[in-house]
Every structure is written in structure tokens, then in C-alpha cells.
Design a protein around this ligand. Structure first.
Ligand code: GLA
Length: 436
């Protein structure tokens, strides 16, 4: 949990003289201070990750990484030292954490906006450099990679994993390869699954809009079963209303946070928090959803009602959707990717129910509505059956995690209907067994 600079300041975003990232280093200082003063860090958002836009090139003689001193005048080690000397909150005794980014290709993704080198051929040295700068989270992207096959990608990423392990430090390895096939084992190439390679692995393209993120949720439905403690599929960053990238409405951003809490996925806020509305702070500060995200049973959510969602989705008419592709891809470059227009089938799927087990015998349900208007979405007997609730449970207390209120008591046969607004809205509930 924490912050990523990508949708905020990455690759020269908002970096013109009038943009808030013009002096990126001081913006990151202010962001860090905001995470602490707003209480976000106390809630668990303890990590400040710098994405693309800091690595400018290499020293001609030593080949070592050289940072962009225009954007980070004190350098990346000084920034790491500055971040990690801050307590997460007064008296916590715990420090903030720092993350850095590189790319397994020959160039970084934003080659048009930020033409800088990748780590290809410098894997172990670059890992050592970034860890020495204080990073305990390393995101390694895939633009301009020399190999995009399953086996080749895994082999290249394994070099980074081994280099991180060789540092003797605990480092969170965030793979960014934009493929669902990072999740499952593949015995034909001796691959043991995502968790054998890293701690999180991107399964889809960049989530810049609710349409993109809907696509990443669909992928999540297919790969969630491979998730568990230590290794998680990554449906991408928590995107806000940033217009530069397309962005989301405040309600869609809340829907994303709701579902990402349930999956559970990384909660990395990637937007200009200094411009937040009270609504946004309330969204990401929802303690009940954060508790689900961090639940110690760490059981992934399953989609139990509905199929792959579309957005926009008007089930009775043909609509045009756009599919976002990750920046780079096999061709590399792009720093934001391309979008392909397509017409989805009629009728499209507009609603889902997701469910999961929680510790303490509880359960969580999430409802999503991508349709054009409010809908009643039901978790019926079959849906409850998928939760594997013990037959000894005769009643369930239903708690609305946005109203922060107990809203119903269910008795067998269990069924529950949620009223959910449309156009990318989500509701979430916990179910607590009651002895009546
Ligand atoms: C790719 C990644 C993004 C971001 C950018 C940086 O698009 O998927 O998350 O790191 O590169 O250019």
C-alpha cells in the first residue's frame, strides 16, 4: 500500500513549467508529507514508489545508473534517505518505504517523452544500485524487451529475482509484463507460477480509465486462484481523475478501490493527492475495506455471478468500447499505449458479484454495475453456495462497507439484493455468521 508516481509525475507528466511535477523532488516530498499528515500512512499506505522518469542514462565509464538531476536535484539516494527517515505516524516506530523503477528492455517505456535507457545487460548492477539507494520495492517494466516469449520473459525476470535475493535485503519484486500468463504454472517450460518469480505481476495493460480497469478486472477473474500470501496478480494502480491519461470519475475511482480491496490487490494510489477532494480522501481511507484487503486469511475473491464486463455497457444496444494496450508491447515505446476501438457483442455483461472468505468465519461480497443506470443485483442461492458457508451457519449479519452500517440479517435460504448505481459503481458488504 502506498503511492506510485506514474499517473502523477511519471515520464515528464505534468512536468512542464506550469505543472505540479516541474520540481518533481519537492513534489514527492510534499506527497510523502501528505501521506503522513492525512493519516493515509497510519492506515497502511507506507510506501512512496518512483516510477519511470528518474533514470536519465548511464555513466560512460562505469555503466552505472545516472539519475535525472533536473527533476531530482539531490539524487535518488538522498530522496530515499529523506523518505525512509520519516515515521509513518508520530510514535509508530515504523518508517516510510521507498520504491524505484526500471525496465528489462533496452529503453524505458516512455521513449517518446522520456528517452532513457533500460536495464538490459545491467540487471544485477542496476538492482544493486537501486537497493543501495534505499529501495525495498523494485518495479521492472517490459518495454523494448529483447524477448517477449513466455520462457524468455520468465528467464529475464529470473535474473532480477536472483539479483534481489543476492542483496540479502527484503525487496518486493513487482513484475510489469502485462500478461495473464505470468500467473499460472506452466510445466512445459518449467515455470512454477507468478509467486516463483516475484511478489506481484501485472496481468494486463495500463489502467488509465474505467474501461481499461474493467478489462483488468476480467483478467483478475481468470487468474485470482493463483494468488496467495507472497505473490499477487497486479491489476494496476489506483487511478484517479487525472485527465492527462483519460482518468476516472470519483465514483469509478471508488469502485476501483472497492474491488481492489476485495481481490485483494496492491493499493498503490497513483494520482495527485495534493489536489484531492474530501471525497477522494474518504474513498482511500475506508478502514473496513482496507481491513479486507489486508485480511490475514489472504483468500482471493472469486467472481461468482456474471461474466466478463464491458464498459460502457448498454445491454440492449450496440456500443463502441476501447481497449487499452500497455505502452510498448513487442514494439516498445509509447509511454501510455494505444487504444483500439471495438464493438462488443449485444447483450454485454453489465453486472458482477464477487465473493471471498475472510478470517474469523466471515465473508465479503462485492457488486459492480457497469450498466448505464442503477440496478438491483442479486446474490441468490447459487451465489451463496459458491461461498462455501458452513451448513451450521443459520443466519448472517450484512454490513454495508460504504454506509458503515449493518443493513440486514439473512436467514436460510440465503439471498441478498444490492441496489447499485450505474456507469462504474461498486458496493461491498461483509457477512458475519450469527447464532440466532
Ligand atoms: C508501462 C507500465 C506503466 C508505467 C509506464 C512507464 O506503461 O505498464 O505502469 O510504468 O510503463 O512508462
Amino acid at each position: 500500500m502506498g503511492y506510485s508516481s506514474w499517473n502523477d509525475c511519471g515520464s515528464m507528466r505534468n512536468n512542464g513549467p506550469t505543472g505540479w511535477c516541474w520540481d518533481t523532488e519537492s513534489h514527492i516530498h510534499k506527497v510523502t508529507e501528505y501521506f503522513i499528515s492525512s493519516g493515509l500512512a497510519k492506515l497502511g499506505y507506507v510506501r512512496i514508489n518512483i516510477d519511470e522518469g528518474w533514470l536519465k542514462g548511464r555513466d560512460n565509464v562505469t555503466g552505472k545508473m545516472v539519475e535525472d538531476f533536473d527533476k531530482f536535484p539531490s539524487g535518488m539516494k538522498a530522496l530515499g534517505d529523506w523518505i525512509t527517515q520519516h515515521d509513518t505516524f508520530a510514535g509508530s516506530g515504523e518508517k516510510m518505504h521507498y520504491g524505484l523503477y526500471s525496465c528489462r528492455g533496452t529503453k524505458q517505456c516512455g521513449s517518446k517523452t522520456y528517452g532513457a535507457v533500460g536495464s538490459y545487460g545491467h540487471e544485477a548492477a542496476d538492482v544493486d544500485w537501486m537497493v543501495a539507494a534505499g529501495a525495498d520495492y523494485l518495479k521492472i517494466d517490459s518495454c523494448d524487451a529483447t524477448n517477449y516469449t513466455h520462457a524468455g520473459s520468465f528467464a529475464q525476470y529470473a535474473e532480477y529475482r536472483d539479483a534481489m535475493n543476492a542483496t540479502g535485503k527484503q525487496v518486493w519484486f513487482s513484475l510489469c509484463g502485462w500478461h495473464h500468463w505470468y500467473s499460472p504454472p506452466d510445466p512445459s517450460i518449467g515455470y512454477k507460477g507468478g509467486a516463483s518469480l516475484g511478489n506481484s505481476w501485472r496481468t494486463g495493460g495500463d489502467g488509465q480509465t474505467w474501461t481499461d480497469l474493467t478489462g483488468n478486472m476480467n483478467i483478475q477473474a481468470a487468474v485470482a486462484s493463483y494468488n496467495g500470501p507472497g505473490g499477487w496478480s497486479d491489476p494496476d494502480l489506483l487511478t484517479g481523475p487525472e485527465v492527462y491519461i483519460g482518468g476516472q470519475s470519483d465514483e469509478q475511482a471508488r469502485a476501483q478501490f472497492t474491488m481492489w480491496s476485495l481481490f485483494p490487490a496492491n493499493l498503490l494510489i497513483s494520482q495527485n493527492v495534493l489536489a484531492w477532494t474530501p471525497y477522494a480522501l474518504e474513498t482511500y481511507s475506508n478502514k473496513e475495506l482496507i481491513a479486507i484487503n489486508q485480511d490475514k486469511l489472504a483468500s482471493p475473491a472469486k467472481r461468482i455471478v456474471g461474466g466478463d464486463l464491458a464498459f460502457p455497457c448498454h445491454p440492449t444496444t450496440t456500443t463502441t468500447t476501447t481497449t487499452h494496450h500497455p505502452a510498448g508491447g513487442a514494439g516498445g515505446g509509447g509511454g501510455g499505449g494505444g487504444k483500439t476501438a471495438g464493438v462488443h457483442a449485444v447483450p454485454c455483461n453489465s453486472t458482477n458479484v464477487w465473493g471471498r472468505q475472510l478470517s474469523g468465519g466471515k465473508f465479503a461480497l462485492g457488486f459492480v454495475n457497469n450498466g448505464g443506470s442503477a440496478a438491483h443485483i442479486t446474490c441468490d442461492g447459487t451465489c451463496f453456495g459458491a461461498l462455501n458457508i458452513s451448513s451450521s451457519v443459520s443466519a448472517l449479519k450484512v454490513r454495508d462497507l460504504w454506509a458503515h452500517a449493518d443493513v440486514a440479517t439473512l436467514k436460510r435460504p440465503f439471498t441478498f439484493t444490492a441496489a447499485v448505481n450505474g456507469s462504474g459503481f461498486a458496493a461491498a458488504y461483509t457477512l458475519t455468521p450469527l447464532s440466532l
